[in-house]
Design a protein around this ligand. Structure first.
Ligand SMILES: [Zn+2]
Length: 117
């Protein structure tokens, strides 16, 4: 296929929908298969955790949040494919609560930087 082929708009829209659906399916799969492996409380300090996936479509990561929302929290959350997705530093007009990442307050923040399996 030559480089200069211009797809009709309808095809571009369908392609976007396809990418969007793939991302939702990937998030749903990660959530379904990974949530149980993530502790409900921090092993270091016992804080209640709320897990979310980072927004990065190519490399979603598990992000521990403090379960209790705070006014000054840097993270908003939304659902996609059943997964909880973390939106870091959202604009002020994004509705809903705000949460802090747990490593901001953890008694042993280094544990969250180490590679985990
Ligand atoms: Zn902790």
């Amino acid at each position: 296929m030559p480089d200069d082929v211009v797809l009709p708009l309808r095809e571009l829209l369908l392609m976007d929908e396809d990418i969007r659906r793939q991302l939702r399916d990937r998030r749903a799969f990660l959530w379904r298969t990974g949530l149980a492996a993530h502790p409900q409380r921090c092993p270091a300090d016992g804080a209640a955790l709320l897990w979310a996936l980072t927004e990065d479509p190519k490399d979603p990561k598990w992000l521990p949040l403090n379960a209790t929302p705070t006014r000054a929290g840097a993270v908003a959350i939304y659902r996609d494919g059943g997964a909880r997705i973390a939106r870091v530093n959202p604009p002020a007009d994004v509705p809903g609560g705000r949460w802090d990442t747990h490593f901001a307050t953890c008694a042993d923040p280094g544990r969250w930087r180490r590679p985990r399996h």
